[in-house]
Design a protein around this ligand. Structure first.
Ligand code: SF4
Length: 97
């Protein structure tokens, strides 16, 4: 039967290993993105269009970055170039309500 001290040591070891794993995972992920030149997708790759699709449009998507004013065009975190607030592509991901 394990003592409380043995459980504490085992718990500490598990936490340390988890921290090391998370740190290494972050380093590998960031290095990989840099090594492979993480770039945005071309509009044609995601069938971008300047009009909404069945009520779905960029300003309701989590990837949309609004422009300086509500009426100006914005950008997208994953698609290259300027996008319309009322555009749409197949990568549309709705914001949570
Ligand atoms: S992922 Fe597509 S729908 Fe979403 S903001 Fe970017 S271009 Fe618009």
């Amino acid at each position: 039967m394990k003592t409380t001290r043995e459980f504490s040591a085992a718990r500490r070891l598990a936490i340390e290993r988890a921290a090391v794993f998370l740190g290494l995972t972050t380093i590998v992920y960031c290095g990989g993105r840099r090594a492979f030149g993480a770039t945005k997708l071309a509009k044609s790759a995601v069938q971008y269009q300047n009009e909404p699709n069945a009520g779905k449009d960029c300003d309701d998507c989590i990837h949309f970055v609004p422009g300086a004013t509500p009426k100006s065009a914005g950008s997208c975190k994953i698609i290259e170039g300027v996008v319309s607030a009322h555009g749409y592509c197949v990568a549309f991901t709705p914001k949570r309500l």
